[in-house]
Design a protein. Structure first.
Length: 227
C-alpha cells in the first residue's frame, strides 16, 4: 500500500528537457521556494562548448523571493565525465559544492559574479548558466586519473616522444612537477660573491697599476684560458 503525501505548493521537482531550468518568477510570492533539478547528458549537449561531456548531477535550489531581489542557495552533488589532462582518456570525477547567488532587479551593471542584475520586466529566471558554472568551478585544477589509472599506451608514447630538452627524460604519472622546485644554480654559485667585499686600498687612479697583482676570480681565470 502506497501513501502519497501532497507536496508543498512552493516545491518543484524538475527533470529534463533543458528548458526546465527556467523558473517563472512574475507571479512568485515573497518567501522561500524549493526546486530540484537533475542534470544529465542532454544538458551538456545543449552547450556550444563544455569541459564536461556527460554526468549525473543533482541540483537543489532554495530561492528566497523578496521585494527587490531574490537570494538563491544552490547545492550540487554528483559525477561528471570529462577528459584526463595527462592521457586524454575519459575521466569520471565526483563533484559537490554549495553556492549563493543574489538576483537583483535594476539596470545597473554588476562586476560581482555572485550578484546578477535582472531587468525589471524579467518574468522567468534561467539558472542553466549558473548550474554549469557551479559544476565547472567544482572541478579540480588539474583533471587527472588516480595514479596507475592512466592509459598505459598513451603514457608510453608520451615518454617516447618528449622533445623538450628541459623536461625530464621520463614522465611518471605519479610525479607532479612543480616549477617552484627548480634549483637556481646561478643564485647558488653567486650567493657568496659580493662586489662590496673587494678591498679598495687605493684610489684606483695609479697609472702604474696594471692590475696584474690583483686576485682573479677563479671563474674568470677559467674563461681567460679558453683561446
Amino acid at each position: 500500500m502506497f501513501i502519497f503525501l501532497p507536496l508543498p505548493s512552493n516545491f518543484c521537482l524538475v527533470k529534463q528537457p533543458f528548458s526546465a531550468f527556467r523558473i517563472p518568477i512574475s507571479g512568485l510570492k515573497q518567501g522561500m521556494h524549493s526546486y530540484e533539478f537533475d542534470v544529465d547528458k542532454s544538458f551538456f549537449e545543449g552547450l556550444e562548448y563544455s569541459l564536461i561531456s556527460d554526468g549525473k548531477v543533482h541540483v537543489t535550489l532554495q530561492l528566497e523571493k523578496k521585494e527587490t531581489m531574490m537570494i538563491g542557495e544552490f547545492t550540487i552533488d554528483g559525477t561528471v565525465d570529462t577528459t584526463c589532462d595527462r592521457c586524454n582518456d575519459p575521466l569520471a570525477l565526483p563533484i559537490e559544492g554549495a553556492y549563493r547567488v543574489v538576483y537583483k532587479f535594476g539596470d545597473e551593471i554588476s562586476d560581482d559574479e555572485s550578484l546578477i542584475v535582472l531587468p525589471e520586466e524579467t518574468y522567468e529566471l534561467d539558472i542553466a548558466p549558473q548550474v554549469y558554472e557551479f559544476m565547472t568551478v567544482s572541478l579540480p585544477t588539474r583533471l587527472l586519473h588516480a595514479p596507475g589509472e592512466c592509459n598505459e599506451e598513451m603514457m608510453a608514447l608520451y615518454n617516447q616522444h618528449i622533445v623538450n630538452a628541459a623536461e625530464p627524460d621520463h614522465i611518471d604519472e605519479d610525479d607532479d612537477w612543480d616549477e617552484d622546485d627548480e634549483d637556481n644554480d646561478w643564485d647558488d654559485d653567486n650567493e657568496d660573491w659580493d662586489d662590496d667585499d673587494t678591498s679598495d686600498d687605493d684610489d684606483g687612479d695609479d697609472p702604474e697599476d696594471d692590475g696584474s697583482d690583483r686576485p682573479i676570480d677563479p671563474r674568470w681565470a677559467v674563461l681567460k684560458n679558453l683561446n
